[in-house]
Design a protein around this ligand. Structure first.
Ligand SMILES: [Zn+2]
Length: 150
């Protein structure tokens, strides 16, 4: 294309509506959180790992998992990152943290929010507890955030 050709620009917006199904395992996980403020995982019959959120197949030994296990609403922080800048999609007003949390009774970790306005209070190994949303919407954010308990 030569530089002297007129270039036409059409502005528009493409709408891409879609639905994503969570699958039977995550469906049960999210439903139990909203219905009874209980967090469930599943246990591998071969190696004994307890996955939260639940998985259909064990990542370690590829065994199908069908035993549901209730884990605690409290857990231990394994790592975190502090969010200090706001964007329109932030779930909380910064500062807050995204953390890797091992719930009591689980052998895997869940990534979730810690609501704490003073990032200096955050530390690896600290104990946190889930705070559930009053009106659940069958989303992972039905655990609204975790709060520091020690
Ligand atoms: Zn396994």
């Amino acid at each position: 294309m030569s530089d002297d050709m007129e270039k036409k620009v059409f502005k528009g917006r493409i709408k891409v509506p879609y639905k994503h199904t969570a699958g039977a395992y995550v469906e049960k996980f999210i439903t139990d959180i909203g219905k009874s403020n209980k967090i469930v995982g599943d246990k591998c019959p071969n190696c004994g790992l307890i996955y939260v959120p639940p998985k259909m197949i064990c990542f370690k030994c590829f065994e199908k998992m069908e035993e549901w296990v209730e884990v605690g609403n409290k857990g231990t922080v394994k790592g975190f990152t502090v969010i200090t800048h706001s964007t329109p999609v932030m779930p909380l007003e910064p500062p807050f943290a995204y953390a890797l949390i091992t719930l009591d009774g689980s052998t895997t970790d869940i990534i979730h929010l810690i609501k704490e306005t003073d990032p200096k209070k955050l530390k690896e190994g600290m104990r946190v507890e889930a705070v559930f949303k009053e009106k659940p919407r069958k989303r992972i954010t039905d655990i609204e955030y975790f709060k520091i308990i020690d």
